[in-house]
Design a binder for this molecule. Sequence first.
Ligand code: AMP
Ligand code: MG
Length: 493
Amino acid sequence: MIICHFDLPRCFSRFERPDFPLKFSGASPLAGAVPYAQCYGGHQFGTWAGQLGDGRAITLGEILNSKSERWELQLKGAGKTPYSRFADGLAVLRSSIREFLCSEAMHFLGIPTTRALCLVTTGKLVTRDMFYDGNPKEEPGAIVCRVAQSFLRFGSFQIHASKGEEDLGIVCSLADYAIRHHFPHIENISKSETLSFSTGDNGQSVVDLTSNKYAAWIVEIAERTASLVARWQGVGFTHGVLNTDNMSILGLTIDYGPFGFLDAFDPSYTPNTTDLPGRRYCFANQPDICSWNITQFASTLMAAHLISDKEASYAVERYGTKFMDEYQAIITQKLGLQKYNKQLVNKLLNNLAVDKVDYTNFFRSLSNIKADPGIPEGELLVPLKAVLLDIGKERKEAWASWVQSYIQELVASGISDEERKASMDLVNPKYVLRNYLCQIAIDAAEIGDFGEVRRLLKVMERPYDEQPGMEKYARLPPAWAYRPGVCMLSCSS
Ligand code: AMP
Ligand code: MG
């Protein structure tokens, strides 16, 4: 079985070619390319874990498309690599479908991500202990071919710095390679451009980004990461395993494991069962965790003598500023307002959490509120009726008070209801890849029916459109979806 989809590398558009399954299952190499696995380490759950992989991703090669874009093609789950450690290098169908669908869903939401080119089932069974509870099960195996301009991670640099002085040169060569190929504007930074900035301590120290390309580079990585996380928070995406080996230097969402989109708003939601004790990777922690990850990456470049401690602190500072700017801009757009209103946002997030309101459906419904201060109190909540479920009198009053303040802001913004609704619907998706939707598609695929995977993919390609007839894909999770294995997963895949 092959699912293929893509508009990117035109050379593969004729995937009916008989050698397609051979190439995309790893049975035969791409002509002219030498496959390899990347060596990287990482901090897992805040602790340096040494060399981790890549234990099951094999790069087939890189292609340059007609727009001179470089795309790396990588198979995930095609078998052992030199870095597989004790594991088998394989992947199961359920996790492959999740990666395939979610990376595409993120792309169409407008969020930077690695993408999925095709999924090939292997016809072989793979043994996995899904809940790490001593009950291993055989599951169908599959391979996803994923595509990105680069799969380099923070951990790809950390591993070499961790080996001591001898390997610091590798950190430098790898940074040079990354800058040359993926950040050419930094390579070409002209000395005549002034890019110097005052930092922290009363603006007394100056960081000059034109004098050190590595400093300019890490600042850009910090900012891309900040912008990525702000977008995750905007759509309620929780990655679930933000170890430094799962952080892309291009600021892409990478390595889809136990991810989850928020259903009921809960800042402490983590989709990862391994994360339950500390909830390090829960929704609300993502911005701070990625700042911590940037700090680790900066330490690596410092250890390799590529940046100074001032430059490292400056990159972390820029992460914080960029995140706040972007997050506030996104929330302001989601509310259809012109300027950020902290009090209004805080009150809203608090209300959403108290009543466990569905994050996606709430924001989608919000564009139905009219900027009319004359709406009688008893009718204020009518546009939100479908999303404010089972709430008592006291909570209704809290919400009505919020809606009143919101209407005041809408009136002050002076934008027409129609214009605002149109712009809000462009940023508040109707359809997100809820875990239960994935599970329904996986259950069918495991017995050979890939129809639902294809339908779900089609719906997720237009997340901001109404799509008449597809409303069931915007429904809240059914009761069965709250069991582990659906709304929460382990890393076992
Ligand atoms: P993850 O938690 O998926 O980010 O994986 C952490 C590391 O373990 C990565 O380098 C993976 O390549 C590796 N890994 C995960 N599953 C397997 C497997 N079945 N075989 C070999 N390596 C694996
Ligand atoms: Mg990973």
